[in-house]
Design a protein around this ligand. Structure first.
Ligand code: SF4
Length: 216
C-alpha cells in the first residue's frame, strides 16, 4: 500500500482497523479523479526573520506574537511564507458527488486532504533544496491556527504572496479558504541542521528537541 493511500485511510479515521476492499477501490478511484481535476498551484517568498522581545517575531512588514511559533522559529534567521492549493475543480467535484453519493464524497474529502499534504511536501522539498545551497535547513511547516498562531494570519500571508492573483487563493472574512483544499504556512530556515521530520514534530522521534511544537 502506498503512502498516499495510507494517509487517506488515516484521514478517514480507520486507525489500525483493517480497510475493506470496497473502500480501497473507492480510494483508488478518488485519487484518479483528483489527479485529473486538481489544478495544483503554489507560491512562496523568503524573508529575513527578526526575533523580538517576548514571543514576537517580525518578517517583511508583519509582526506576529505567538509563543508556539516563536519557539518553533528559535535559531532561524530566514522564514519562508508559503501558500498552496488544489484549485476550485476539487471543491466542485466534491460538492457534485455529495449530491448523489455521500460515501464517495467523504472518501474524496479524505483523499483530497492527503493529496494536498503530499503536494505541500513536494513543494517544501524543492524549497529545501534551494535553501540548502546557501547552507540553511528547513523546520516543519507551521500553519495559522496551529497552537497560539492565530488563524487570522492566513489573511496576512495570502496578501504578502498576492495569492488571489498568483494561485487563485482567497480568504473570507471568517478566515475560510477558497478553494477549501488549500494551505498557508510559514517555514523556518536555520543554519543549524535539525533533520526535521517532514510530517512535523508530532511524527518526529526527537522528543527532547527544544524547537518541538507540541508543548507551549
Ligand atoms: S521535533 Fe523534530 S520536526 Fe520538530 S523541530 Fe525538532 S527536529 Fe524538527
Amino acid at each position: 500500500m502506498d503512502q498516499l493511500t495510507k494517509e487517506a485511510i488515516r484521514y478517514l479515521g480507520y486507525g489500525r482497523n483493517a480497510v475493506d476492499e470496497q473502500t480501497l477501490a473507492l480510494i483508488a478511484d478518488a485519487f484518479d479523479i483528483l489527479q485529473s481535476v486538481a489544478g495544483r498551484k503554489s507560491i512562496y517568498r523568503i524573508f529575513c526573520l527578526e526575533h523580538m522581545d517576548g514571543d514576537k517575531i517580525r518578517f517583511g512588514n508583519l509582526e506576529v506574537e505567538s509563543k508556539s511559533l516563536a519557539k518553533n522559529m528559535k535559531g532561524c534567521d530566514r522564514i519562508v511564507i508559503f501558500g498552496a492549493t488544489l484549485g476550485i475543480g476539487v471543491d466542485q467535484i466534491i460538492r457534485r458527488t455529495s449530491l448523489t453519493d455521500m460515501a464517495k464524497a467523504v472518501v474524496l474529502q479524505a483523499c483530497a486532504a492527503a493529496f494536498l499534504e503530499k503536494y505541500c511536501d513536494e513543494c517544501q522539498e524543492q524549497i529545501a533544496r534551494e535553501l540548502r545551497e546557501e547552507g540553511r535547513y528547513l523546520r516543519p511547516r507551521f500553519s495559522p491556527g496551529y497552537g497560539d498562531f492565530s488563524i487570522e494570519y492566513q489573511g496576512s500571508i495570502t496578501r504578502m504572496l498576492d495569492c488571489a492573483k498568483t494561485i487563485g487563493l482567497t480568504i473570507t472574512d471568517s478566515s475560510m479558504m477558497t478553494p477549501t483544499k488549500s494551505v498557508t504556512a510559514v517555514i523556518g530556515a536555520s543554519t543549524s541542521k535539525e533533520n526535521c521530520h517532514r510530517q512535523g514534530c508530532e511524527a518526529c522521534a526527537k522528543k527532547d528537541c527544544i524547537y518541538r511544537r507540541d508543548t507551549l
